[in-house]
Write a protein that binds this ligand. Structure first.
Ligand code: HPA
Length: 280
């Protein structure tokens, strides 16, 4: 664990490095999940910063996971997009995994819009569905808040009473219905991965109340709530989780489904971002 002064120094340093490239101040931070990065092509781009240009910034080791911040306007709204993220299973410690979220807050973002690829647990879901994240279970991964608390960022014991903001979620649902998108709703459960779930684990997750399972988002949401941001999230159900189908899941299947729903995903995210920016 990094001591708090060191942790804050590293985050501030990343903000400074980005500030040498652009003075763009985003309103909304958007994280694009596996295979969902194409949305960044829709942005009227003002600046791009590759993670590997930033000294000591965590970079992804997964093939097909891009790694860059895109600054610009999406539907006219000032956004910073994380196109690609690092995961705990890549070997970074949990403070490093969530560091990019803290950096985007340092750049000015006040809303965090999370997206991911996940496995469907709820038997009513099917591959290709989009799910509004209503709540989460993060107890199978280390808390990103373990270690000394940085009081300037947030309180030692933050409430997780309402992680996913009701008003933002309502605007996402409204966008879905206006566009004829059958948006599912549910609880996201995070595991460390990288292995997919066994049938017994799928059954356990279902009995705990999980509707979708993934390897990324819950720790980012906790970090953002800790820093006082409003958070919302949409999961792309790229496959039914292991054990709910006879076939083995592959990373290629995850990417293929994400590609197939890319247009619907773009509509939902862009439309709801515009509504959020108008209301918040
Ligand atoms: N399990 C965990 N994470 C995932 C899955 C899955 O089935 N699909 C995409 N991300």
């Amino acid at each position: 664990m990094l001591p708090k002064d060191k942790l804050k120094e590293i985050v501030d340093y990343h903000v400074q490095q980005i500030r040498r490239v652009t003075d763009f101040v985003p309103d909304i931070a958007l994280v694009l999940g596996s295979g969902l990065g194409a949305l960044a092509d829709e942005v009227d781009t003002e600046a791009v910063v590759n993670y590997n240009e930033l000294h000591r910034f965590p970079v992804s080791t997964v093939p097909g996971h891009e790694g860059r911040f895109v600054f610009g306007r999406l539907g006219g709204v000032k956004v910073v997009i994380m196109q690609g993220r690092v995961h705990y299973y890549e070997g970074y410690n949990i403070q490093e995994v969530v560091m990019p979220i803290r950096v985007m807050v340092g750049l000015g973002a006040r809303v965090l819009y999370l997206t991911n690829a996940s496995g469907g647990i709820n038997p009513e879901f099917s591959a290709g569905d989009l799910m509004l994240i209503t709540d989460q279970i993060a107890m199978f991964v280390p808390s990103p808040l373990v270690g000394e608390n940085v009081d300037e960022w947030g309180t030692r014991f933050p409430s997780m009473n309402q992680i996913y903001d009701e008003n933002l979620s309502r605007l996402i649902e409204q966008t879905a219905s206006e566009n004829g998108i059958d948006l599912k709703k549910g609880v996201y459960l995070q595991t460390t991965g990288p292995q997919y779930e066994s049938p017994a684990e799928v059954q356990m997750i279902r009995s705990l109340g999980g509707d979708a399972v993934g390897m990324s988002t819950a720790v980012e949401a906790i970090t953002a709530v800790h820093m006082g941001l409003k958070v919302c999230g949409v999961s792309c159900i790229t496959n039914m989780a292991g054990g709910t189908t006879a076939q083995a899941i592959t990373h290629d299947e995850v990417k293929e489904t994400a590609d197939r729903v890319a247009d619907m995903f773009k509509k939902l995210i862009t439309g709801s971002i515009v509504k959020i920016a108008n209301e918040e």
